[in-house]
Design a protein around this ligand. Structure first.
Ligand SMILES: [Zn+2]
Length: 91
């Protein structure tokens, strides 16, 4: 039964790869339009390396504020759904 172990390994490796890849690709992102707001991404602005929903590949850079507002909205929806589920599960 090693199925639960592989998940932890993937998560740990993802963090390191993401950090180094982000640093390597960041200079090439400057001057390109943000996929969320279409404004150019400039040096000095906080940028996030945006990834696909399943985290298997990268879509490219986006403003951190744009990227996180989209992610936060998604996270809030999941959180309230989970809370509703838990509240309804009173024995
Ligand atoms: Zn943006």
């Amino acid at each position: 039964m090693a199925s639960s172990n592989s998940k932890n390994t993937t998560q740990a490796g993802y963090g390191y790869t993401h950090q180094s890849l982000r640093r390597a690709l960041l200079p090439s992102a400057y001057g390109k339009p943000c996929p969320h707001c279409q404004q150019p991404m400039l040096p000095g602005q906080p940028l996030d390396l945006d990834h696909t929903a399943d985290r298997t590949s990268y879509r490219g850079f986006a403003h951190a504020s744009c990227n996180r507002s989209e992610g936060a909205r998604r996270g809030n929806a999941q959180r309230s759904a989970r809370r509703t589920w838990r509240t309804s599960r009173q024995w």
